[in-house]
Design a protein around this ligand. Structure first.
Ligand code: EPZ
Length: 431
C-alpha cells in the first residue's frame, strides 16, 4: 500500500486546478441506466470511485467508452465517458463491488424504473457509520415497488412499472433523493419529493436528467416535482466542479499561511465553508476563473461550526476544518450532526499534538502553537485529507499510510500540492 510523506511548514503559493465532483459524477453515471441513448459525461475526475462505478456498470452490461481527456476551463483535465445501457444484461449489483463503494446503490432506482426489477446488494456500513438505505427503500415502496431483503440483497420489483407518488424523507438523504429522482423520471404520473436534499450534486443530476428529456420542477429546492416520461434520450453533460476538493485545498492554503487560486472553483458552491473561514481570519474571494484563498499574517481565530445538509456546512469538510481549528489562536467547537462516527481523524491528529476532546457529537478543539509530524493512519476519505493538511503545517515529517482512501476522492493530490511548494511525495509500496 502506498504512503504519502510530507515535510511540513511550507506556505502554499500558486494555482490548484479543481476537477469535476466525485459526488455528482457517480449519480450521473447511474443516470445512463435510464435510457437506450448515449449519455456522454465530460469533466469526470480520475478517481478510484469513478473506476469502481464504471466496473460495476460494465458488469451489468453498460458499454462505457472513454473518449479521452478534455481540457476544461479550469485547466483541469477531466475524462469523457460515453455510457450506453441499451445492452444491459444484468440488473444485479453484486456484493463484492457494492461493499467497496456504497454509492453503487444508486443503480437501484434507475434500473428498477427502466426494467421493472433490480437486485442490489445492501451496501453495509463503512468507517463513518452504519449508513443504511432504509429511506431509499421506503420511498421506492411509496412508488409501488415490491421490496424483499434476502441474502444481503435488495430484491426490488415493479412488474407494471413504478407509479408516481408522494415521497417525504423524514431526514435529508442525498443518495435517497438521487435514487428516487432518477426512478421518478420514468414512473407513471407525477412524483413529489418533499424534504429533498439540496446539495449542488443533486441539482447537477436534475439538470442532466432534464437534458435527457425529464420533466423536473423545483431544482435546487427541498421539493422536487417530477412528471414521469415514457422514455428518456441520451445527452452530453459536463460534471459540476468539486466543492469539497475546493474546500480541502482552501484549508491547505489557510493552514500553511499561503495564497492560492483554486482554478475553476465556484464561490457560490462553498459559501458556508467560506463564511466559517472568513470568521477564522482567512481571506476567501472570487477572482476571474476561480476562488482565491489567502492568510498572510495574523493568527487563525477559533470558530464554532455544525455540519448540516446543504446549504449548511458540509459534513465532508468537517475533518478538514478541524485541522484549521487545531492551530487556531483560541478554542473551537465542531459538531457533526450527519454521521454517527465521523471523528476517526481525531486520535491521529492528537498524535500529531492537537488538543481535541470529543463529547458525543461535538469536538472541543483548543488551538496549539504547533503540530508535530508523525506516522499516521488514514481511515476514511475525508479523515485522510485532514491528515495531509495537518502534515502540511506540522513541524517535521508526516507519513500517511493507507492512502488508497485518498485516491477515492482526490485526484493527483500530491502533484497539485507540490506545484504550490509543498514538500510532499508518494512512496509506492513495492509489489
Ligand atoms: C452522500 O452520501 C455523499 N456521497 C457523502 O460523501 C456525504 O457525506 C453525504 O451524502 C452527506 O452529504 C455521495 O454522494 C456518493 P445521506 P449518502 O444519504 O447519500 C442517514 C464523501 O466523503 N441515512 O445523505 O450516503 C445516513 O446514515 C462521502 O464524499 C439513513 O438513515 O448520505 C446519514 O447518517 C462520504 N437512511 C444521513 O442519513 C437512508 O436510507 C445522511 O446520509 C439514507 C441515509
Amino acid at each position: 500500500m502506498d504512503s504519502i510523506v510530507i515535510k511540513g511548514g511550507k506556505p502554499l503559493h500558486g494555482t490548484i486546478p479543481i476537477g469535476g465532483a466525485k459526488n455528482a459524477a457517480l449519480p450521473l453515471m447511474a443516470a445512463s441506466l435510464l435510457t437506450d441513448g448515449v449519455l456522454r459525461l465530460s469533466n469526470l475526475p480520475h478517481l478510484a470511485d469513478i473506476s469502481t462505478m464504471a466496473h460495476l456498470m460494465g458488469e451489468m452490461g453498460v458499454s462505457i467508452s472513454m473518449e479521452g481527456d478534455t481540457a476544461q476551463g479550469g485547466g483541469h483535465m477531466g475524462r469523457v465517458f460515453a455510457l450506453n445501457a441499451a445492452g444491459l444484461k444484468d440488473t444485479t449489483a453484486p456484493y463484492d463491488l457494492v461493499r467497496r463503494m456504497r454509492a453503487s446503490v444508486l443503480v437501484l432506482g434507475p434500473t428498477l424504473a427502466r426494467h421493472g426489477h433490480a437486485r442490489v446488494s445492501l451496501p453495509g456500513g463503512c468507517a463513518i457509520g452504519t449508513r443504511p438505505v432504509d429511506l431509499h427503500l421506503k420511498a421506492l415502496q411509496a412508488m409501488g415497488a415490491e421490496i424483499v431483503l434476502a441474502e444481503g440483497y435488495v430484491e426490488a420489483r415493479a412488474p407494471g412499472g413504478l407509479r408516481g407518488g408522494h415521497v417525504l424523507f423524514p431526514n435529508v438523504t442525498v443518495g435517497g433523493t438521487e435514487n428516487i429522482l432518477m426512478a421518478a423520471t420514468l414512473a407513471k404520473g407525477k412524483t413529489v419529493i418533499a424534504n429533498a436534499a439540496r446539495e449542488p450534486e443533486v441539482a447537477d443530476l436534475a439538470h442532466c436528467l432534464v437534458a435527457m428529456g425529464a420533466k423536473i420542477e423545483g431544482i435546487g429546492t427541498d421539493t422536487l416535482k417530477v412528471e414521469g416520461m415514457e422514455s428518456l434520450h441520451g445527452a452530453d453533460y459536463s460534471v459540476i466542479v468539486d466543492r469539497i476538493e475546493m474546500g480541502s485545498y482552501a484549508v491547505a492554503a489557510a493552514v500553511t499561511g499561503g495564497d492560492v487560486v483554486l482554478k475553476g472553483g465556484r464561490i457560490d458552491l462553498m459559501e458556508s465553508v467560506a463564511d466559517v473561514m472568513r470568521a477564522a481570519g482567512v481571506d476567501v474571494v472570487e477572482v476571474e476563473g476561480g476562488v482565491r484563498v489567502s492568510r498572510k499574517n495574523g493568527a487563525i481565530k477559533g470558530f464554532d461550526v455544525m455540519t448540516e445538509p446543504y446549504p449548511g456546512f458540509p459534513t465532508d469538510m468537517q475533518a478538514q476544518m478541524m485541522v484549521l481549528a487545531s492551530v487556531a489562536d483560541g478554542a473551537s467547537m465542531i459538531t457533526e450532526t450527519i454521521f454517527e462516527n465521523r471523528f476517526m481523524h481525531v486520535p491521529e491528529l492528537v498524535r500529531m499534538g492537537a488538543d481535541i476532546n470529543v463529547h458525543g457529537r461535538s469536538a472541543i478543539v483548543r488551538g496549539v502553537k504547533k503540530l508535530s509530524g508523525a506516522p499516521v493512519m488514514a481511515t476514511d476519505l475525508r479523515a485522510s485529507s485532514s491528515l495531509v493538511l495537518a502534515g502540511l503545517v506540522a513541524e517535521g515529517t508526516t507519513v500517511i499510510n493507507r492512502v488508497y482512501h485518498l485516491d477515492r476522492g482526490y485526484e493527483r493530490l500530491e502533484e497539485k500540492l507540490a506545484q504550490c511548494g509543498a514538500v510532499i511525495e508518494r512512496v509506492r509500496e513495492r509489489a
